[in-house]
Write a protein that binds this ligand. Structure first.
Ligand code: NDP
Length: 442
């Protein structure tokens, strides 16, 4: 066993985070159901149990909905045509390079087409997701917990572990298996990537569309705040699908193991917590029966402008870095997925050669600060929350606050990994690009 340094506060931190992560989506669901997204305070423990049973009991229909969705995505991943890319060499597996068949975009389009047909023809009304939100959430939580336990023991049993510590709880939380792959219909599928790209974001989008359709069913209009949150999520999720070929070389794939943290947050946390704003707008529209009252059109216009600008920086900066790295490795093949934003590929950019062999981009957005995409992501998260301005409340702001904390923590983890990897070159890089998030400020 190697002496892997513990992150997230070690074993105690892992236990705390697992409890907190279970609490958050259920609390939000109860707050939406019993206080229109305001703070939820049951008067007694019995009341809490009754509320929980009424709203979040797992049902067979929720089970079929959730597992049907996951199974469909698994089958799409196995059969749809994709764009093949190689991942980074895996040092713990003799520098083996896995191949990824990036067909998330085809899955995304096909899922949207099928569900549109099903919804319009009445075969499957998408509003069922918002009607059974709590039950589907409970099924997702149970499935992700069971899957985490299974993956943990399976990887140990089959000797596919890496970077283990002496704490089983911490290892269960962080994961023990770096590249969880299965063969489905003859196709090698990376479960970590499937969960990260499709199961989490695609389900989130369906939950949001479900809330918008419910609002439309009730009032025959979709309010501007709802249109805003739909647009924001559509842009974000489409970007994850259209740029899937850049994901195998990201930190989640080449470094993070597939443990409880990733499994739970991809299968349950992201879709059900990040859908809060759309549900908040929906429940308050239904409560007041006035879906448009209190909307500040000036704020909505400002939010759209900030969103498009932040999205542009987020998309183009990541494309610049990933394409630069692909060109360096000789693996770059232009892919005409929609939309291709201007300045997403740099011609002869400046970069820093380092002693460990890797190169660091110091051109494009990357000459202004070291994490332009994090800053843009924080801006987008804040816009999501502000879309709930019609009905003032605290809980819509949980997401940007949570995201800010998570991304700053991710930043510190990344910096400490890069300092170890690049040594003196990291200091040189930080001298050339002195600001982390906002040029001239921090
Ligand atoms: P980054 O895209 O920041 O990648 C970090 C790695 O990139 C470093 O470890 C280093 O790896 C390499 N790198 C750093 N600087 C440079 C440079 N100047 N030139 C070339 N390579 C460089 O990683 P993340 O995975 O954290 O973020 C990706 C996106 O995902 C972000 O937009 C983030 O906001 C988003 N995200 C969203 C979440 C959500 O829940 N909504 C959750 C997590 C992330 P090396 O040099 O070793 O290759």
């Amino acid at each position: 066993m190697s002496k892997e340094q513990k992150e997230f506060g070690g074993t105690i931190g892992a236990i705390g985070l697992m409890i907190f992560s279970h609490f958050v989506p259920f609390y939000f669901t109860l707050s939406l159901r019993y206080n229109s997204g305001g703070p939820y305070f049951p008067l007694s423990f019995n009341e809490f149990i009754e509320n929980f049973k009424e709203t979040c009991s797992p049902t067979w229909s929720a089970f079929y909905l959730y597992t049907g969705f996951c199974l469909l995505q698994l089958i799409f991943a196995a059969i749809l045509p994709g764009f093949k890319v190689k991942g980074l060499p895996v040092p713990t597996e003799n520098n083996r390079q896995y191949t990824y068949n990036c067909n998330a975009l085809a899955s995304w389009y096909l899922t949207l087409i099928l569900l549109t047909i099903f919804h319009i023809t009445g075969i499957f009304r998408l509003t069922i997701l918002v009607d059974q939100f709590g039950s589907v959430l409970c099924v997702a939580v149970i499935c992700s917990d069971i899957l985490s336990v299974f993956i943990y023991f399976y990887a140990i049993q089959t000797n596919q572990t890496c970077r283990m510590t002496h704490s089983p709880i911490y290892d269960f939380f962080m994961g023990v298996w770096l590249n969880p792959r299965v063969k489905i219909l003859g196709q090698d599928i990376d479960l970590k990537m499937l969960a990260e790209v499709r199961l989490s974001w695609l389900l989130l989008f369906l939950l949001i569309v479900s809330a918008a359709l419910k609002q439309y069913e009730a009032f025959h209009i979709v309010s501007w705040p709802m249109i805003f949150i739909l647009t924001a999520q559509l842009l974000y999720i489409n970007a994850c699908m259209k740029g899937e070929e850049c994901i195998p070389t990201t930190w989640d794939i080449f470094y993070e193991k597939w443990g409880w943290m990733l499994i739970y947050w991809n299968l349950a946390g992201v879709p059900f917590v990040y859908a809060f704003q759309a549900n908040y707008i929906l429940v308050n529209s239904l409560r007041t029966q006035k879906p448009t009252e209190g909307t500040s059109m000036i704020l909505i216009i400002v939010l759209f402008i900030v969103l498009f600008f932040a999205y542009y920086i987020w998309d183009s900066s990541q494309a610049q870095k990933n394409r630069f790295r692909m060109k360096q490795r000789g693996t770059y093949v232009p892919r005409n997925t929609f939309p291709q934003v201007p300045w997403n590929t740099l011609k002869d950019p400046k970069y820093l050669k380092t002693n460990c062999g890797s190169t660091l981009l110091i051109d494009g957005w990357w000459k202004y600060c070291r994490k332009p995409h994090y800053t843009a992501d924080i801006c987008m998260a804040t816009c999501w929350a502000l879309s709930c301005h019609q009905w003032p409340g605290v809980l819509p702001y949980f997401y940007p606050i949570f995201f800010f904390g998570m991304i700053i923590h991710r930043y510190t983890r990344d910096v400490s990994r890069c300092k170890t990897k690049y040594g003196k070159d990291w200091t040189i890089y930080c001298e050339k690009v002195p600001y982390a998030f906002i040029p001239g400020l921090i």
